[in-house]
Design a protein around this ligand. Structure first.
Ligand SMILES: [Zn+2]
Length: 73
């Protein structure tokens, strides 16, 4: 019964396990994570609607978004 590990922000509720970096375009930290069997997974900024790379898994989509944020890993 330890399902309350998430801190309650909307973008964590969908089971996200990785931290999303702020948007490379507008710098906001509010994101949507798309999950579609057709287009795959992608992260999108809520504010400027920038869409990250589409990936076969959520984890890859998040990694791709973070990479795209321009910070060197
Ligand atoms: Zn943005």
């Amino acid at each position: 019964m330890l399902q309350k590990a998430y801190r309650g922000s909307p973008e964590r509720r969908c089971g996200m396990s990785k931290e999303l970096k702020s948007c490379p375009f507008c710098g906001c930290r509010s994101h949507i994570v798309w999950e579609s069997r057709k287009i795959g997974h992608a992260v999108q900024c809520r504010q400027c609607v920038a869409l990250g790379p589409q990936c076969p898994s959520k984890s890859e989509a998040i990694t791709a978004w973070n990479t795209r944020a321009g910070e060197k890993v």
